[in-house]
Write a protein that binds this ligand. Sequence first.
Ligand code: ZN
Length: 404
Amino acid sequence: MRLLTILLALMLALPAVAQEPARLQVGASSVTRQHDGWWQSVFGPQALKLSLALDKPVPYRVFLVGDPARLVVDLKNTDLSGDELSAMFGHEQLHAIRWGSFQRGWSRIVMELPDTYRVSRAGMETQGLFARLNVALWPVSAIDFAPRPSAAAALRNLPDPAQLTDTPIRAEGLVVTLDAGHGGFDPGAQADGVNEADLVLTFAQELRTALGLRGVTVNMTRDKDEFVALEQRMTIARQAGSHVLISLHADALPKGQAAGATVYVWSPSADDRAARQLSQRHERDDLVLGMDFAGQDDALATALMDFARTDTQPRSEGFARMLISRMALGGIGLHGRPVQGAAFSVLKSPDITSVLLELGFISDTNDLANLSDPAWRARMVQAVAEGTIGWWRDEQARGALLRK
Ligand SMILES: [Zn+2]
């Protein structure tokens, strides 16, 4: 049976209000292959999913044009200037991508597809900080491909296709401190003869290489098996002029209580039992040495810190969500609540975007096997590196907009 393209054009009706144009969040956008059936992966092209993140929902339309097969996405009242869609996660799935302003307040994105598809689903949803336009493309034969007939003029007024390469997207100027947890007399959690301290140092060193290849300046709180106090870790990050601190852990919790990657951001009032258990364990190591950092705050210092954190906190939360979304795209198993708050004092810097990443839980058999597997670590390293760079580029774009 001949398949018909039903969803040639879609329009989301929204009240027309004069407002700032929407911005595309390139770092949070993606094109991914969908593995919807083994026969597709063996016999034919796979379904594609396009996910465009915007800072607010906008009216849109989606349609296909032929010769060669292209997907056209029009976004109303959206400013694409300064965006590099060719840097989008998964851009290598496409043959080419171009974008620009189209007409009367519309911007247009044209993606040259690797095969012929139909639009099987399209919809705009609001998701946390983002609005997301999701477009599902289902592969069809060239005969069943039904591009919009009147789309001959679809590609006017657009710049030349961007060069798509496999070179990793770079982030010059970004300074990241990687904090491998524990070390020295403090091995961290232990299971099956493996130490958390050793696992996270190996991961930190691999992540350093991946970030370095992408132009990031990487600084480490420790590069060997030594004890570093929590306060010292923050000082090292600050002295290096870090924009970002990523504290790396792979802790243990009682069997069955936790599995999968989790990203923690600072939250002094987190009452989650597991989070409290973890933070208490981390602080205890410092108490042994008489370095009770938490106890040094007086009321004024706390108030000043909270004030300074009003910028850093949402940034850290956005960074955490970006990391998690890249891990999900990379097929990394996530904790049921992948972004959580906890009172880890290493996250307390008022001026540095800080997250604590539990790569997995050493107490979980599956997580431990993953952490010890170089192939799994390579996927996780890639997810964290790309998430970091995607976040940084979105931050830069936002900063440039604020400076206008
Ligand atoms: Zn730990």
